[in-house]
Structure formats: C-alpha cells, structure tokens
Design a protein around this ligand. Structure first.
Ligand code: GLY
Length: 377
C-alpha cells in the first residue's frame, strides 16, 4: 500500500521546520543550511565531538581521524549511557558495543558488532578498516582482534548502568525469582541496590524508571567534510538497552547507521536501529542526495520510508524514535526525525536536535519532523 501523509501533517511539518533557528527554508519548506567547508555534524550528544573534530581538521588531520577522536570523548564518558563505557547493558548485564567507520577518499569501511570489554569500538572499527581485508567483525572474534592490536580489556559496566539494569530485571515480572518476594517490606524494592555511586539513590532510581519505561537506543553519529571536500563518518553505540545478547543494530551496518560517498556526501542515523536497517537508512539518504535532494529533504525521505513501513499508523509508530543526519559535498547539512516535540514526565517540552559546527559556530539545531507527537495534541 502506498504511504499517505495527510495535508495536515505536511502543513505541521512545514510550519515546524520553518522555525528552525539559523537556517533558511527551501522550496519544500525544509531548512537549508549554507554550504561551508570544513563542517562537522553530529547527533545532539556531539557538541564536544564536533569541537574536537573541527579542531583536528583545521590542524590538517584526516577527517576519519577527526571524527573518531571526536566520538572517543563520548565513548569514554560514563555519563552518556548510550555509548561506550557506561553504556546500558544487554538483558544479561553485559555491555555489548557496535560501531562503524567510513573513509570517503579511500572508499573503505570497517565495523564491529557485539563487542565486549573494549570501550572505544570506533577505534576497533578503524583497525578493521586499516589492518584487515574485512569490513565487519563480531563478538568474540572482534574482541580477540582488538586485544591483538593492543587495546585494553575493561569492565564497561558502571555502577549506575548496573543499578538501572538490575532494577529493570527486578521489576519486569513478579512471577520470576528476581527482586524481593511478595511478602518483603515495602521499601525493599529500592534498598540494597546501590553500592558505589555519586548519584543520589532517588535520582538514580528515577533515571532507571525513565529508562525502563522506554529503553533507549541512543548513539552518536559524526560526519565531517574538510576544506578540500574529503568526507568521513562514524557511528558508535551500546545499542538498545536490555537487548537480547547478540542483537546487532544499525550502527555497525554499512549503509544503515552510516554511509559515506566522497563524491556526494554522508549520512548517519540514531534511534531504533531495526527500522533503519529495514530501509537501509544512511544509504537511502545519500542516494536521495545523489538525485538532487538537499540533506534535510533526503533525511525526511528516509523518515517517510520508516513511516510507510507501518502504513503511517501513528499508534504503531509511537514506539519508534529515529533520526537521520546528513551533509553533502557542498558542505550543507540537515536532519529529520519522525516525531515532533513531546511533553516529558517532568512537564517539559522535548524536541529532537542535532549538532553542527560550521567552522564559526558549534550549536544544536532543531530537527524537522514528520508527525506531531501524540501527547502534544
Ligand atoms: N541506533 C542504535 C541501535 O539501534 O542500536
């Protein structure tokens, strides 16, 4: 069945994107950035990433080295619970990481999936690209490969991530053996969980409950183009929280969570990887740019394909969150997301953003969306 977007949705989308700060709009009502090189574009958690990558590109570094050094900051940061060290674990409490990298000038790619114990999977993806004739290594083999190249084996599960996971495990069902029994004292559900965290118990439990209500697929994607027009990108993640061990998302799959064509541009994705895989998201975006779409239009086309897979049924799509990001050879950038602003449990309005550094300014930009959120109506 052909996907149908109502006129009402289109008008809402156009009106919403018209308000995106700092960008003019094109004929389709989607935001149009001015072309600038060098340029670095990341998901919203990438401001520090952009800063580092831009600084390195300005100093003459290769764009691939720059994007990887940029995302390493987030991989190393235990506070980002969707990437690298401190990432939320799988259903058995093991942190499994996915990452990919593409180098436009040499047309090469590398990736790792379900990698345990190595906090910088993007570095391992780069080693796969540089030191093997393969593109993707997974699981135990990826770990042995990383260790062979001198990377350090570490415990990636922070106290905070462990408590969030344990609470998820204990609150899933009252018909299994996890968690205090039915006749336990009322506060025993929350006591005895925390051993060593700077966060207050109540804060951590509130965070855990938010995460459990909607297990995140947060990720970081970073794309960069230098003055000469050479492009690289990387995507790195701990994947869907509490996933089945061995689940692989879109991030390490070339053409899904990341795609680079040095003649056209680059694209990446964050959010529910399964939906991105089903439409080969990043490759779709780059192909749309090849046909003449702007980065924002191409990203919106990918979002529409995700929605079309559910016949635009907003009830079913409610559980899907997905963003696409892109830059083109001219140094224009854009992004698109499925849902517009929503009201969080704290009553605050949340809106998807991405981060772009155009050499002068490094800032977050609101992302054009396809559908207005159901809880905003
Ligand atoms: N987009 C990240 C994941 O689904 O694993």
């Amino acid at each position: 069945m052909k996907a149908k977007i109502t006129r009402r949705d289109f008008v809402r989308t156009s009106a919403a994107v018209g308000a995106v700060a700092g960008l003019s709009t094109n004929l389709y009502g989607l935001p149009q950035s001015k072309g600038t090189r060098p340029l670095v574009v990341s998901s919203s958690n990438g401001l520090r990433t952009n800063e580092k990558a831009m600084q390195m590109i300005r100093a003459g570094a290769d764009t691939m080295d720059a994007v990887i050094a940029g995302v390493n900051i987030v991989e190393d940061d235990p506070k980002d619970m969707s990437v690298g060290y401190g990432g939320l674990p799988n259903e058995e409490g093991d942190v499994e990481l996915d990452a990919s990298v593409m180098h436009g000038p040499s047309k090469r790619a590398g990736a790792v999936a379900s990698l345990r114990h190595i906090k910088n999977p993007s570095k391992v993806a780069k080693l796969v690209l540089e030191r093997t004739d393969h593109v993707l290594l997974v699981g135990e083999g990826a770990l042995r490969f990383a260790l062979a190249h001198g990377l350090k084996k570490e415990d990636l599960l922070t106290e905070e991530a462990r408590v969030v996971w344990l609470r998820w495990k204990e609150t899933r069902s009252d018909r299994d053996a996890w968690g205090p029994g039915l006749d336990a004292p009322p506060d025993s559900q929350t006591t005895g969980l925390i051993l060593d965290s700077d966060m207050k118990r109540e804060e951590l439990l509130a965070l855990a409950d938010r995460i459990i209500a909607s297990p995140p697929t947060g990720t970081i994607n970073c794309l960069a183009i230098n003055e000469r027009g050479d492009i690289s990108g990387t995507t790195t993640t701990s994947g869907l929280a509490f996933k089945i061990p061995g689940r692989v998302g879109d991030s390490p799959l070339i053409g899904c969570g990341l795609f680079v064509d040095n003649e056209i541009g680059a694209a990446g994705s964050t959010g529910r990887g399964e939906e991105c895989i089903k439409i080969n998201g990043a490759h779709t975006v780059v192909e749309m740019m090849r046909k003449g779409m702007s980065p924002a239009e191409a990203c919106m086309e990918a979002v529409k394909r995700v929605a079309a897979n559910y016949n635009n049924d907003k009830k079913k799509l409610q559980r899907v969150g997905i963003n696409f990001y892109a830059l083109n050879k001219q140094g224009e950038h854009g992004a698109a997301t499925l849902w517009g602003p929503s009201i969080g449990e704290d009553g605050r309005r949340r809106r998807s953003q991405y981060a772009a550094h155009d050499g002068r300014e490094n800032k977050r930009i609101e992302i054009p969306y396809l559908f207005e959120s159901l809880n905003e109506r």
